[in-house]
Structure formats: structure tokens, C-alpha cells
Design a protein around this ligand. Structure first.
Ligand SMILES: NC(=O)c1ccc[n+]([C@@H]2O[C@H](COP(=O)([O-])OP(=O)(O)OC[C@H]3O[C@@H](n4cnc5c(N)ncnc54)[C@H](O)[C@@H]3O)[C@@H](O)[C@H]2O)c1
Length: 441
């Protein structure tokens, strides 16, 4: 099916999209406030320098499938779908400048007022979660005098192209994300992307807006991490390339979803210790490595958030299910749950702990020494009876995967608060009337 598409904003995203949609056989109308860009596209030339775009635009122009205008109304009236690809730069403060988005939304809304046929508006520009709902849709509705979902549809569809390989990224994206208020709103856009490979996710507008940011943030974290590791290797006289090659070849723990599920703080006998050793070594080498140095403070902040979540319940009888840093081990060294309990005791909470893997009598060596130093009277807080522990508490903290779903469901009751630190899978969460929450989900 051939569609008619208008693209507002002929920068990188708009020009690449224009070239690719036209190449897919659709009729494309490019719109920009910059008349030079409109004139270029209108004469079959690319407004940007990007591999393959010039050739695709020339071909589509020659075939009569590519037009350009600076008249928003003209573009809206002759197309079925409009993509908003205008810039969202930073203000001096870092705040996102939405002035172009607001302006183009007003223009599209005013044009929709004159249109009596269905239209879909697709926002491609990168905007913070909530922007489509709180800025774009209200402007479109007030300028058009129409209702989103009734007279026109709105979809948020983030762009994942990289400059330099934008055409192949457009035609073979990692995935396509369509955020909308309802599945009917995406009908036309779903059709448009029918032949584009990769998984298509249909989700809420806010999730679609957020995934774009999360992707870019993660890329930035990866670059910062890689460069700090390389710097460290260079100063330690270690071959950066070989380290990177071997490190990235582990797709089980390193380049994988492992450790990427929002949950609780890290702990245990290795991560905190090894981070301290490396950041201390960096200091000795007179190296500033802010990404690595930020990790221990970031972890401590996360423990603070857990304490605040418990204190916000205004309850004092607290139980913790799982004391060690993960289920199946009795290693208490630097367990964030131990830190949490110590701080809650300081706040006057009455604590009861259940952990089938931890028996004080069996703890030995540095593990025993650690717990005796941090919580000397831990023995009086531990109980082996899960039912009594849960039933006696007002707040139940799930610290590890030790307790099973059936037991949790049987013992929890309405009126209790459950704080799930580890973000249990939906399948493992208790079915009960207790109020259930996480600290970062
Ligand atoms: N450049 C990338 O690689 C890339 C990748 C993914 C997402 N994004 C996001 O996409 C958006 C666009 O990025 P870009 O790099 O293409 O921007 P850009 O600055 O290159 O182009 C934006 C264009 O919008 C035009 N414009 C402004 N107001 C307009 C209006 N009212 N009507 C019509 N045109 C108008 C400008 O004249 C300009 O030509 C941004 O939100 C950006 O964050 C960019």
C-alpha cells in the first residue's frame, strides 16, 4: 500500500526519513521553515550530507514521489501521515527546548482544523517522557478544535539512526517502537513499517519516549566506561585492545541483559572491594575516572532510597526475607541488606530476619568477623520460621529470591506493605492483598 507522508523538519532525521519512505514507494512531502532546505529537496537535492541520501532523493524526485513546501497546511491536506522531525536542542541550562515542537504542533493543528479526513501525527523528535501527552496532544487539540483518538491519531515513534549509516539504520533498525494511547491509533503507522525488519513493539507513549533516552544514555555510559577502562589499561601498561576483545566476547555476563534489571544495590565480597581497589589505584596514578568513581556513591544512594521507602510507610515492625547479598549463599560481607538493617535499627525499627542460607553457627572466617562487627547482636534478630516472621511484621522486605511464591502468598495479609528490593519476576510475586512496591520500578 502506498501512503502519502509529510515530514516536518528537513534536518538529519527528516531528510533520511524522506529519502527512505520515498524509496519504499510512498509519496513524500518535506516541510521546513528554512526555505533553502525546502528549495534543495524540491529540486531533488539532499539538504544534508549523508551516505546514500542524495541518490535516494534524486531518484524519488525524478519519479515524482518527492515534493517540498514551506506551507504546513498544503502538506497536511495532501497527506495521510505527518512525521514531526524538528530539532529539540538544549537550552543553556540543559533543559530541553520544546519551542520548535510547540510551533510545529500549532501549525499542524491549525491545518487539521481545515481537514475533514483522518490524519495521523507521528512524533519522531526526541522528547522527555510525558511531552507528547502534556505538550503535543493539547496543542494539536486546541489548534485544531478536534480530539486525539477521534478526529486524528497521535503516535510516538523514536528514531534510532546513527549519522554516517543512517539509511541502513533506518531500513534495518534494531526495533521499531510505536507508542500510542490505543492500538487503533497506530493502524496506519503499523502498515507503513510492515516490511521493515526487526521486532515491532507497540506500547504506551511514555515507554516509547523513555526507551529512546535509555538507549542514548546507555550508549554514553558505554563510551565513558570504555574510555576510562582504556585509560586505566594504558597507564597500567596493559593492552587495551586485547582486554576489550576478551571482555566483550562474554555475552553471558558482560554484553548481555545480566545486571541490567533495576532492583537493589550491589554488594558481596567482590564488587565493592574491587571497585575500591581500582579507584584507589587510579588515584595513585593521578587519573580522574568519574564514571568508575561514581559507582560506590550511586550504590549508597540506592540503599538510602530503600531506607526512605521503608520509613515512608511509618511502620516500625519490619522483617527482611534474605540477608545475604543473593539467595543460595551465606556470604554477608558487604551485603546491602545488612547495611539496610543496620540503618533501620538506628531509626528505631524492630527487625526480624529470615534467611534459610544464613546460620550464625555455620558462619566462619572473614564472613563471621564482618557480621559481628557490623551487627553484633544479629543472632537475636534471625529466625528460621518464615510464617512467624511475616505474620509479625507490618513491612515485609524481600531481599533475595529465597522465599517461594506459595509461602509468601499464604502468609502475607491485607494491610501489610511489601517492599521488593530485587524486582521479582511477575511469576514469582506473591498473590496477596498486601501493598506491593519496589524502590526503582
Ligand atoms: N541526528 C540524529 O542522528 C538523530 C537521531 C535520532 C533522533 N534525533 C532527534 O530527532 C530530532 C531532529 O534531529 P535532527 O538532527 O534531524 O535536527 P536538525 O536540527 O538537523 O533539523 C531540524 C529541522 O527542523 C526544522 N524546523 C524547525 N521548526 C520547524 C517547523 N515549525 N516546521 C518545519 N520545520 C521546522 C529546522 O529548520 C531544521 O531543518 C531531535 O529531537 C533529535 O534529538 C536525531
Amino acid at each position: 500500500m502506498s501512503l502519502s507522508i509529510s515530514l516536518f523538519g528537513l534536518g538529519y532525521v527528516g531528510s533520511v526519513s524522506a529519502a527512505c519512505f520515498a524509496q519504499m514507494g510512498h509519496k513524500v512531502v518535506g516541510v521546513d521553515v528554512n526555505r533553502d532546505k525546502v528549495a534543495m529537496l524540491g529540486s531533488g537535492k539532499s539538504p544534508i550530507v549523508e551516505a546514500r541520501v542524495g541518490a535516494l532523493i534524486a531518484e524519488a524526485h525524478a519519479a515524482g514521489r518527492l515534493l517540498a513546501t514551506s506551507d504546513a497546511k498544503d502538506a497536511i491536506l495532501q497527506t495521510d501521515i505527518s512525521f514531526i522531525c524538528v530539532g529539540t536542542p538544549s537550552l543553556r541550562s540543559g533543559k530541553l527546548d520544546l519551542s520548535h515542537i510547540e510551533h510545529v504542533s500549532r501549525e499542524i493543528g491549525a491545518a487539521l482544523r481545515e481537514k475533514n479526513a483522518p490524519h495521523t501525527v507521528v512524533l519522531r523528535s526526541t522528547v522527555l517522557p510525558g511531552t507528547t501527552e502534556s505538550v503535543v496532544i493539547p496543542i494539536l487539540e486546541s489548534a485544531s478544535g478536534q480530539k486525539s483518538g477521534i478526529n486524528f491519531n497521535v503516535v510516538y515513534n523514536p528514531e534510532f539512526m546513527r549519522e554516517g549509516s543512517a539509511v541502513s539504520d533506518f531500513l534495518q533498525p534494531p526495533y521499531t517502537i510505536l507508542g500510542s494511547r490505543s492500538p487503533q491509533d497506530v493502524t496506519l503507522v503499523r502498515e507503513l513499517y510492515r516490511d521493515i525488519p526487526g521486532t515491532r513493539y507497540e506500547t504506551t507513549i511514555a515507554v516509547a519516549e523513555m526507551v529512546k533516552y535509555v538507549s542514548n544514555l546507555f550508549h554514553a555510559v558505554k563510551v565513558g566506561f570504555a574510555n576510562e577502562i582504556g585509560t586505566l589499561c594504558k597507564h597500567l601498561g596493559v593492552d587495551t585492545q586485547v582486554v576489550t576483545q576478551i571482555f566483550t566476547s562474554d555475552t553471558k555476563l558482560n554484553i548481555s541483559p545480566a545486571y541490567l534489571s533495576p532492583g537493589f544495590a550491589f554488594g558481596g565480597s567482590c564488587l565493592p572491594k574491587d571497585l575500591r581497589a581500582i579507584t584507589y589505584k587510579a588515584k595513585e596514578l593521578d587519573l580522574d575516572l568519574p564514571v568508575l568513581q561514581a559507582l560506590i556513591p550511586s550504590n549508597a544512594e540506592h540503599i538510602d532510597r530503600a531506607i526512605e521507602a521503608v520509613l515512608r510507610t511509618k511502620k516500625k515492625k519490619i522483617c527482611l526475607l534474605g540477608l545475604s547479598f543473593k539467595a543460595g549463599t551465606d556470604d554477608l560481607r558487604e551485603s546491602p541488606q545488612v547495611q539496610l538493617i543496620k540503618r533501620l535499627i538506628g531509626e528505631g525499627c524492630h527487625i526480624c530476619i529470615w534467611d534459610p542460607d544464613v546460620s550464625l553457627g555455620r558462619l566462619t572466617g572473614s564472613n563471621r568477623q564482618y557480621i559481628e562487627e557490623v551487627i553484633p547482636h544479629i543472632g537475636s534478630l534471625l529466625s528460621g520460621d518464615l510464617e512467624t516472621v511475616i505474620k509479625g511484621a507490618e513491612v515485609v522486605i524481600i531481599g533475595t529470591r529465597s522465599a517461594d511464591q506459595a509461602q509468601l502468598s499464604a502468609y502475607l495479609r491485607a494491610g501489610q506493605f511489601v517492599i521488593d528490593l530485587i524486582n521479582l519476576d511477575a511469576m514469582r510475586r506473591p498473590k496477596s492483598a498486601a501493598a506491593y512496591q519496589g524502590i526503582c520500578w
